[in-house]
Write a protein that binds this ligand. Sequence first.
Ligand code: DQA
Length: 148
Amino acid sequence: VKVVVVNGPNLGRLGVRQPDVYGRQDLQTLRSLCMQWGQDLGLDVEVRQSDDEAEMIGWMHQAVDEHTPVVMNPAAFTHYSYGLADAAHMVQDAGLPLMEVHISNPSARDQFRKHSVISPVATGTITGMGLYGYRLALEAVAHLLEEQ
Ligand code: DQA
């Protein structure tokens, strides 16, 4: 089963951006880890990153059309993109697992990070576990697919 792992704005800067908050591992490392974890779980994982809201929305449409579960770190779009939330809603409406991941724990940070417009349309949310959160999200997807 194919699963897309989509990462929002500035996550291409993993490893150099606030390493105290997001760690020292880069996007390429996250990509390798997710593919390895996917393999362990029998999932064919593709990791994407974009700074562009339109591109991320397009990926949600594609997930619906191709019936692909989604793991998403919406990054800053989490807090204000109703466009991405509407697109994520369509993924949920299609009966597909959609796991929201945050590397940090946004609730423990700035006030504007305490609200997610994505959480209401996510199957579940994992925060504060670093890159390991992606593994937990992939495990959740595998579990949800087994249950279906
Ligand atoms: C983030 C948290 C967001 O608040 C922030 O805008 C990000 C990354 C995280 O993974 O912890 O870019 O989604």
